[in-house]
Design a protein around this ligand. Structure first.
Ligand code: TNX
Length: 538
């Protein structure tokens, strides 16, 4: 570590020397309106922002350097360069010493400083000469890069200069997340979403520092991931969806592509196979699984709670072993989600027996089990995780067992709930969730669940009523942006009045990303591409 530090120091001294030796003719004149770093619309709000009210020029003389040997840092720098190019059209070189025209350096530095101990912590020092992003690990650097992107997103280029300069306000940001698990779930079972759609969702979530995308890969209406040892799951079970369109599925190569793409964004995929209920598509593919001697038809409706596996049959556990083994082998993350919700036609004893057996299978393949809150009724391990969506009683059972809980209360965190009675898509069985209601609640204190038990927050997007990316975006945005702040920023630093102004300022970014978000009339959007009336009409 010491040699690391020393090497960083040497590189730094060399870079500073290189900058100061630049011929005077290249000195740039900045014409910038002074911006206060602490007034920028950063979401999630960083822990601490100090403004020094000067400017760093991002222009054709800027270069990025990283600690040489720090794992993943060069990739993070490459990601930043790509995004700067997309926003400004500047080609910023990464770790290219021969780019000798440099005047301003962005340095992404691996640091062992004790204040950067927390995973994902970072510091950003912006001075007129340099931007130094310090973090202990590539993941922290990546989160810091999102902050830098958000800062750059708010700068406009200086039209008075003879070449383009984006002036970045100077100051210091110190930041680190409240919760280690900050997720959204996408239901690709009720309606299938393509690899491209999922990647776009990852792009957007990563910008707001999410680190988990949970994929709901199976349900009554569809089985969406190739299992090589049980090929009919996708041949039959993947062939339709709600409403009767063709459905679809991910091959294992597709899934690996999604996992890799998520990893590039320092996000993990949590795969979910929902069982023993929500299994009509599996039993339609292999009728032996439901044990009632009938071959169920493929289902294209939206009822829940009518299907179950036969929990007393060895074949069922051999099947689950294969499924968990194949999916775990291509899922580098630590978790496997077994669903476990709404098994209304499974007898209580059978349900408990089933969850306990499946927990062992998940552990055999080196994963920690996650299940919807009903799984806490079984005798399961404290290392398993329960996802609180509806039952306070089940949440309490989880706590008694010493388990961690993921906060997804349907009344507050379900992205598929309608905003109000005029919403074009969504359900309202739990609540209407306008943009303020989605933000103004406290996961840290919700329903008396102790903060020590809370792993994080996840906003699920069920897809009964949405079948394409525009509809997905209508429900997810802007509310998903607020959930990022609930899981990253401590409650003392959250405030609706401040948030709503920062949210209004996301419009240019969302427009640039071509996101068909719901322009809630509660927000005074900064020049949005689409008006409320345009989005609401059919
Ligand atoms: C309840 S939340 C469900 C899902 C539905 C959702 C619709 C949960 C664990 N189960 O099967 O899609 O409501 O909002």
């Amino acid at each position: 570590m010491k040699s690391h530090l020393f090497r960083s120091l040497v590189i730094w001294v060399v870079l500073v020397a290189a900058i100061s030796c630049q011929p005077e003719k290249k000195k740039r004149v900045l014409h910038f309106p002074k911006t206060d770093l602490s007034k920028l619309a950063l979401i999630p709000k960083p822990l601490k922002v100090i403004s020094t009210e000067d400017g760093f020029a991002l222009d054709r003389f800027t270069a990025i350097y990283t600690s040489e040997t720090a794992t993943g840092f060069a990739d993070v720098a490459g990601f930043l360069a790509e995004k700067i190019k997309a926003k400004t059209n500047l080609d910023v070189p990464v770790n290219r010493a021969e780019a000798s025209d440099q005047q301003g350096i962005i340095y992404i530095n691996q640091s062992d400083a004790p204040e950067l101990d927390a995973l994902e912590a970072y510091q950003l020092y912006i001075t007129p000469d340099s931007v130094i992003l310090n973090s202990n690990s590539a993941v922290g650097a990546f989160r810091g890069v999102q902050t830098l992107r958000q800062i750059i997103s708010e700068t406009s280029n200086d039209t008075l200069a003879d070449y383009k300069i984006w002036t970045i306000p100077t100051g210091k940001i110190t930041d680190s997340p409240s919760f280690e698990y900050r997720g959204s779930m996408l239901d690709v079972a009720r309606h299938f979403f393509s690899v491209e759609d999922v990647k776009k969702y990852i792009d957007l979530l990563a910008y707001y520092k999410y680190n988990v995308l949970h994929l709901h890969l199976s349900d009554d209406q569809g089985w969406r991931i190739e299992i090589k040892s049980w090929p009919k799951l996708t041949e039959v079970g993947g062939s339709t969806e709600v409403g009767g369109a063709a459905g679809g599925f991910y091959t294992q190569e597709d899934y690996k592509d999604i996992v890799r793409y998520a990893a590039k964004h320092h996000m993990m995929i949590v795969p979910e196979i929902d069982m023993p209920g929500h299994t009509n598509a599996a039993s339609a593919s292999y009728p032996i699984l439901n044990g009632n001697g009938k071959t169920p038809k493929l289902y294209e409706g939206t009822e829940v709670g009518f299907s179950t596996f036969d929990t007393r049959k060895d074949t069922v556990y051999a099947f689950i072993d294969d499924v968990v083994r194949e999916i775990s082998s291509i899922s580098p993350g630590p978790y496997f989600h077994i669903g476990g919700d709404e098994s209304h036609v499974t007898k209580k004893n059978d349900y408990i027996y089933f969850v306990e057996k499946v927990e062992k299978i998940v552990q055999k393949y080196g994963k920690r089990m996650i299940g919807w809150d009903e799984v806490a009724t079984a005798d399961i391990d404290s290392t398993s995780i329960s996802q609180f969506w509806a039952s306070k009683e089940n949440a309490d059972l989880s706590i008694q067992k010493g388990m961690k809980v993921i906060m997804s209360p349907a009344k507050k965190a379900y992205l598929d709930m309608q905003y109000d009675t005029l919403s074009k898509h969504g359900l309202h069985w739990a609540a209407y969730i306008p943009v303020d209601t989605a933000y103004i609640w406290t996961p840290e204190e919700y329903e008396g669940i102790p903060i020590e038990n809370i792993l994080g927050v996840e906003a699920p997007l069920w897809s009964e009523t949405i079948s394409n990316i525009d509809e997905l975006e209508y429900l997810a945005f802007p509310r998903a942006i607020g959930y990022s702040e609930l899981s990253w920023t401590p409650k003392e630093n959250r405030d609706w009045e401040s948030y709503k102004v920062r949210l209004a300022n996301q419009a240019p970014f969302l427009d640039r990303m071509d996101v068909k978000y719901y322009p809630s009339p509660l927000i005074d959007w900064k020049k949005s591409k689409y008006t409320y009336e345009e989005i609401q009409k059919d």
